[in-house]
Design a protein around this ligand. Structure first.
Ligand code: PLP
Length: 354
C-alpha cells in the first residue's frame, strides 16, 4: 500500500476518484460529465450543490457569496487588490512565506502595499503576532497555512479593517468563523477538489467600492450575478469537488475531520520531538497540521531515510527545496493509519542508526 504525503495537487479519497472517473464515462444517459452542456439542469444542480455544501460545511453566514472560479489562488493575488483597493489607498499584508510574497507583489499594480509584519528573516519558521493593522488600510491580507514552510495561523486579528485570507492549503481542514473574514479564497486542489477550481467566499457589502473599471472575468460582482456561470465553468473540477464535499459531510463535516487532523498531527509531531534523529523546523505554537516540516540532526542521514521510507510505501515526503529535509503533507484524505506507518518507519530507522 502507498501512503501519499505529497503536497498535491489534489489528494482525495480513492472512493471519490472512483466516482469521478465513472462520471467521465457516464454521467447521464451514457454521456460524460465532460460533454453534457453546463447549462443543463443536471449540471446546474451540481453547481448548486457544490455551493451549498461549501456554505453548509463552513457555516457561511448570510450576506456572503460563494463563488466557483478559475485561475487558482494566484489569480486571486491580483483580483483581491483589483476589486478591493482604490487607487492611492494602502492594503496591509502579513508576509509569512512565498505565497504571501506573491500576493504582495501584485498590489502595486493597483495601489500601495504595507507589509506590517514578516518572518522572512527567519526563513518563515514562525507566524508574526506582534503587529497592528493601520485603521486606514483598505484591507488586511494573511495566509492561514504556509504550505511550503509548515506554519499555520491559529488566531486571526480582531479589526474593523476588512480581513482577506488565502486559505488554499487548510480550508475544510478545521472549523473557522467565516464572519471574522470579509473575503476568503482558496485554490481547490488540497482539501476540496482537482486543480482548475478556485473557491471564493466574499462578503457582498465590501464589493463595488474600488472606483475602477474591472474586466468582467476579474470582477467578483459579475461572477455573483452569473451564479459562477458567467463563462464555461471547470465542469470536472466542480463535479469532483462536489463528490469530495459529500464525502466530507458523510464523515461528520469539518468538526470531525478537524479532530482527525489534530490526532494525525499530534502523532507525527510527538515522534519528531521524541526521536533523537529528527527535529521540527518551525516554532512549536505555529506548527501546521497540514504540512509538517522536519529535518534530521545529521543531514547525511536524510537521503537514506527518504529511500527507506519510499521503499516502505511512503510517497511525496521530500521537503520543498527552500526548506530541505522532509515535508509530510497530511490533508483530509490521508488516513491516520498512514501517519502511524510513517512514525513506525522513523522508529525502525532510528533503532538502526543510533
Ligand atoms: N497559496 C497557497 C497557500 C498555496 O499553497 C498555493 C499553492 O500551493 C497557492 C497559493 C497557489 O495556488 P494556485 O496554484 O492555485 O495558484
Amino acid at each position: 500500500m502507498r501512503h501519499n504525503f505529497g503536497a498535491g495537487p489534489c489528494i482525495l479519497p480513492q472512493e471519490v476518484f472512483k466516482q469521478a472517473s465513472q462520471a467521465v464515462l457516464d454521467f447521464k444517459d451514457g454521456l460524460s460529465i465532460l460533454e453534457i452542456s453546463h447549462r443543463t439542469p443536471e449540471f446546474e444542480a451540481v453547481v448548486e450543490e457544490t455551493t451549498r455544501l461549501v456554505k453548509e460545511l463552513l457555516n457561511v453566514p448570510s450576506g456572503y457569496s460563494v463563488l466557483l472560479l478559475q485561475g487558482g489562488a494566484s489569480l486571486q493575488f491580483a483580483m483581491v487588490p483589483m476589486n478591493l483597493l482604490p487607487e492611492g489607498k494602502t492594503a496591509s499584508y502579513l508576509e509569512t512565506g512565498v505565497w504571501a510574497n506573491k500576493a504582495i507583489k501584485e498590489v502595486p499594480n493597483f495601489g500601495k502595499v504595507n507589509i506590517i509584519a514578516s518572518s522572512k528573516d527567519s526563513n518563515f519558521t514562525f507566524v508574526p503576532k506582534d503587529y497592528s493593522i493601520p485603521e486606514d488600510s483598505a484591507y488586511f491580507h494573511c495566509t492561514s497555512n504556509n504550505t511550503i514552510y509548515g506554519t499555520e495561523m491559529f488566531s486571526f486579528p480582531d479589526t474593523k479593517v476588512p480581513v482577506v485570507c488565502d486559505m488554499s492549503s487548510d480550508i475544510m481542514s478545521r472549523e473557522i468563523d467565516v464572519s471574522k473574514f470579509d473575503l476568503i479564497y482558496a485554490g481547490a486542489q488540497k482539501n476540496i477538489g482537482p486543480a482548475g477550481l478556485t473557491i471564493v467566499i466574499v462578503k457582498d457589502e465590501i464589493l463595488g467600492k474600488s472606483g475602477r473599471k474591472i474586466p468582467a472575468m476579474l470582477d467578483y460582482s459579475v461572477h455573483i450575478e452569473g451564479g459562477s456561470m458567467y463563462n464555461t465553468p471547470p465542469v470536472f473540477s466542480i463535479y469532483t469537488a462536489m463528490l469530495n464535499l459529500r464525502w466530507l459531510k458523510s464523515k461528520g463535516g469539518v468538526a470531525e475531520i478537524e479532530k482527525e487532523n489534530k490526532a494525525k498531527a499530534y502523532a507525527l509531531y510527538t515522534e519528531i520531538d521524541r526521536n533523537p534523529l529528527f527535529k521540527g523546523t518551525c516554532a512549536v505554537e505555529d506548527r501546521s497540521r497540514m504540512n509538517i516540516c522536519f529535518v534530521m540532526e545529521n543531514p547525511e542521514l536524510e537521503k537514506p531515510f527518504l529511500k527507506f521510507a519510499e521503499e516502505n510505501g511512503i510517497e511525496g515526503l521530500k521537503g520543498h527545496r527552500s526548506v530541505g529535509g522532509f515535508r509530510a503533507s497530511m490533508y483530509n484524505a490521508l488516513p491516520i493509519t498512514s501517519v502511524h506507518t510513517l512514525v513506525e518507519l522513523m522508529q525502525i530507522f532510528a533503532e538502526k542508526h543510533q
